[in-house]
Design a protein around this ligand. Structure first.
Ligand SMILES: NC(=O)c1ccc[n+]([C@@H]2O[C@H](COP(=O)([O-])OP(=O)(O)OC[C@H]3O[C@@H](n4cnc5c(N)ncnc54)[C@H](O)[C@@H]3O)[C@@H](O)[C@H]2O)c1
Ligand SMILES: O=C(O)C[C@H](O)C(=O)O
Length: 326
């Protein structure tokens, strides 16, 4: 075919970089491409691995019916000009470990990833997935030098989806008919809000007794560990990748969805200088606003306890980073 164009065409397709092509990263690349949201650059330190995964995903395009490019690389130069950068690089926990046990190893990985990625995509929005989530999001924000509205962590969408899944299983209803919100840190001190959980508008307090709700809340708090124990090698990745993909979608399509994400707080909920899960509207600029819910004194105390533990781990991480001078 000969070219009909009289001047070179400049077609801009959104591009999302996923750093870390492991289980979460590669599944996320698949979700983003197959939902037709953006081209994807998959980056990992392991030579050949992201390239192989990208080729595999490219070969599925005809069957899945989309035309998104998926590039695998070990070089940040290939990530240039991304609208969104998602950091999944780092180790997952093993049975018996807490997410905080990953802090020492993952802090350095996340700081380097954030610096390198933003050097090549200075206008990007950064979504952190690596654990311990709230602490890693803080470190990535600091390292990137980005304003707070362009840095966030994914955890609340996953934790809320788990709470919704357990409610749906208990009641035998369609999962999509259940809505719930989990705030706070992504750890044992997360703050599920049963008061706000409902099945098509009917509060779960009308449908389940207090002991059952407490059991489902506890299962939600242990949702990640339950899967780590079952799998023995690594943790969940299908639902985490789905959770990140709805955040990416809300940003790229400017949907202004109200989702729980780890955001930097400056006075909201009485908290300062900490990333923690709160309801945020996500649009093309990143975090458009933080919704300050009317929470009870008990819920507020739980949120503050959660934030306190994140704060302590941020201080610990900064000491570790200072010692290795990253
Ligand atoms: N926030 C959440 O809700 C949530 C959910 C699931 C997993 N996670 C976390 O996400 C992280 C990844 O989990 P996974 O199951 O995909 O692990 P994984 O081991 O399958 O993948 C991690 C990948 O990171 C790569 N990597 C390591 N150092 C790197 C570096 N410096 N640069 C680029 N890539 C690097 C590894 O080579 C590996 O491919 C873990 O920390 C896990 O705990 C968080
Ligand atoms: O539990 C983990 O270690 C992984 C992740 O944070 C999860 O909640 O599935």
């Amino acid at each position: 075919m000969s070219s009909y164009l009289e001047s070179p065409a400049v077609c801009h397709l959104p591009r999302v970089t996923v750093i870390g092509a492991g289980r979460v990263g590669s599944t996320l690349a698949q979700r983003i491409a197959e939902k037709n949201l953006a081209d994807v650059v998959l980056l990992d330190i392991v030579k050949g691995m992201p390239q192989g995964l990208a080729l595999d995903l490219m070969e599925a395009r005809g069957i899945e019916i989309h035309n998104r490019q998926i590039i695998g690389t070990n070089d940040y130069i290939d990530t240039s000009g991304s609208e969104i950068v998602v950091i999944t690089a780092g180790i997952p926990r093993k049975p018996g470990m807490s997410r905080d046990d990953l802090l020492k190893t993952n802090a350095k990985i996340v700081v380097e990833a954030a610096k390198n990625a933003i050097a090549h995509s200075p206008n990007a929005i950064l979504i952190v997935v690596t654990n311990p989530l709230d602490v890693m999001t803080y470190l990535a924000w600091q390292a990137s030098g980005l304003p707070r509205d362009r840095v966030m962590g994914m955890a609340g969408v996953l934790d809320s989806a788990r709470f919704e899944a357990f409610i749906a299983l208990e009641l035998g209803v369609l999962p999509a008919d259940v809505k719930a919100m989990v705030l706070g840190s992504h750890g044992d001190l997360m703050v599920p809000l049963p008061r706000y959980a409902n099945v098509n508008g009917i509060p779960i307090t009308e449908l389940l007794d207090a002991a059952t709700i407490e059991r489902l809340v506890e299962r939600t708090r242990n949702g990640g560990a339950e899967i780590v124990e079952l799998m023995q090698t690594g943790g969940a990745f299908f639902a985490p990748a789905s959770a990140v993909s709805v955040m990416v979608e809300s940003i790229l399509l400017n949907q202004s969805r109200l989702l729980p994400v780890a955001a930097y707080l400056q006075g909201e909920y009485g908290l300062n200088d900490v990333f923690i899960g709160v309801p945020c509207r996500l649009s093309c600029g990143g975090i458009e606003s933080v919704l300050e819910l009317n929470i009870t004194d008990e819920e507020k105390a739980a949120l503050h306890l959660s934030a306190q533990s994140v704060r302590q781990n941020i201080d610990r991480a900064q000491e570790i980073l200072a010692a290795v001078s990253v």
